[in-house]
Design a protein around this ligand. Structure first.
Ligand code: KE4
Length: 428
């Protein structure tokens, strides 16, 4: 494939105008090297670069595009709303009907607040947990990502379950210290945390399937342990389903694993690719959110009519019987393609998948937590990624991300993926 000169020139220009040339760091391809592809348009499972090169898309805008790009019914719903205006800053019938869809789809949610990004959803949920419990300390997992709030950009201190340290410049140490960090899938570590700090904890926030260290499924006892421990100490259990919501099941990971959190955060798919996210849960907790209660949270574009139109139509399509069976069948094919390519190339790599999200780790499996993931051969992943790209397959540009499969990944896309995967695995 010809080097994408057009994207390279755009990137040089972008770097003079936008920090790192991108509006979100992972897009800069820093983890894999080379210059990012600038995308001109997309349709179904296909992206088209500025130089006209076509790619099978396994990023899907980092999760939202589970129907594929440019689904005609979603486009129509957005176009119809466009005729009526894009934003009012006032309540609308559509957002009430959408809230009804959400609480019906997610059994643990009695009420929901719409916001514009996953970061706002987790910020809202955590301030609410602190306001409801009157406690300050929160717990997150090492290697998990829950958006950009200061107290979430925190890495584990030395030793287990100690108070967090800033994981970004600009995060004050005293803010980071309001968060403690525990290893994912570490029931004993969680039990120790609750023994030491249980009655100080406002909440534990967890990705019920980890996606931001690469795809790491929960051990069978993990989520139930967190549920048991939070219930026993009055801390709230927050499922960050920004990535897993409506992806690993229509009712999210909580439906798949049968665990009811106190609060849940959604993003990505619920907005159908437009800026819409949400947090919700127990009525007695959600009633504390302003203006019903004392926990303040607001947003100019919250419940934006265009985004609600896209989200409602997306969930309506996803709710059709058999949808997740089809998604599972496609995703299993992608997993099998990757496994065959690994076997043929004799590579030390493992595929980890839950539903329509998967990661190929260049390390021995199983990868159960951040420490395991961090042992992956990032250089091999970078070679794999570059080779896939040169074969017209657009894979997430980081070993520590999940690839996302859509209902639009048809046989043609999978055939192209298989050919590319075999060559790319050999080059890894
Ligand atoms: P946003 O603020 O980016 O909408 O959502 C933050 C967020 C919260 N929780 C989870 C579990 C998430 O995965 C995310 C965002 N995910 C990343 C991809 N790993 C978005 C891509 C990016 O940062 O550009």
């Amino acid at each position: 494939m010809t080097q994408d000169r057009v994207s390279e020139e755009l990137f040089e220009r972008a770097k003079r105008l936008i920090p790192g040339g991108v509006n979100s760091p992972v897009r800069a391809f820093k983890a894999v090297g080379g210059s990012p592809v600038f995308i001109r348009e997309a349709k179904g499972a296909k992206l088209v670069g500025e130089d006209g090169q076509e790619y099978v898309d396994y990023v899907g805008s980092w999760g939202p595009m589970i129907l594929g790009h440019g689904h005609p019914e979603v486009q129509k719903a957005v176009a119809e709303q466009l005729e009526k205006g894009v934003s009012y800053g006032a309540p609308t019938r559509a957002e009430v009907e959408f809230a009804d869809v959400l609480v019906k789809a997610v059994p643990s949610m009695d009420m929901v607040r719409l916001v514009s990004s996953g970061t706002e959803a987790t910020m809202g949920a955590l301030r609410l947990a602190r306001g409801f419990t009157g406690r300050t300390l929160i717990a997150k997992c090492e290697g998990a990502y829950h958006g950009g709030a200061d107290y979430l950009l925190v890495k584990g201190g030395s030793g287990l379950a100690t108070l967090g340290e800033p994981d970004s410049a600009g995060v004050p140490a005293q803010i980071a210290a309001t968060t403690t960090v525990i290893p994912y899938n570490d029931v004993k570590g969680a039990e120790r945390l609750f023994l030491d700090h249980g009655h100080e904890l406002a909440a534990v926030i967890v990705e019920p399937v980890a996606g931001n260290m690469g795809c790491v499924p929960p051990d069978p006892a993990w989520l139930s342990a967190l549920s048991r421990l939070t219930r026993a100490t009055g801390a709230l259990l927050i499922f960050d389903e920004v990535m897993t919501g409506f992806r690993v099941a229509f009712g999210g990971a909580q439906e798949r694993y049968g665990i009811k959190p106190d609060l849940t955060c959604f993003g990505k798919i619920v907005g159908g690719g437009l800026p819409l996210a949400a947090y919700g849960g127990r009525r007695d907790v959600m009633e504390q959110v302003a203006p019903a209660g004392p926990v303040y949270q607001a947003g100019t574009l919250s419940g934006n009519p265009l985004a609600v139109a896209a989200g409602r139509k997306t969930l309506e399509i996803l709710s059709a019987p058999g949808t997740y069976d089809r998604l599972e069948a496609i995703s299993a094919q992608v997993e099998a393609i990757a496994q065959r390519a690994i076997a043929e190339a004799g590579k030390k790599a493992v595929v980890q998948r839950v539903g329509a999200m998967l990661t190929i780790f260049f390390t021995e499996g199983p990868v159960r937590n951040w420490a395991d993931a961090a042992r992956a051969d990032k250089a091999a992943f970078a070679r794999f990624h570059a080779a896939l790209l040169s074969e017209g397959v657009y894979w997430p540009p980081s070993q520590f991300e999940a690839a996302f499969i859509s209902l639009a990944h048809d046989d043609e896309a999978l055939e192209k993926t298989e050919k590319a995967m075999i060559r790319a695995m050999a080059a890894a």
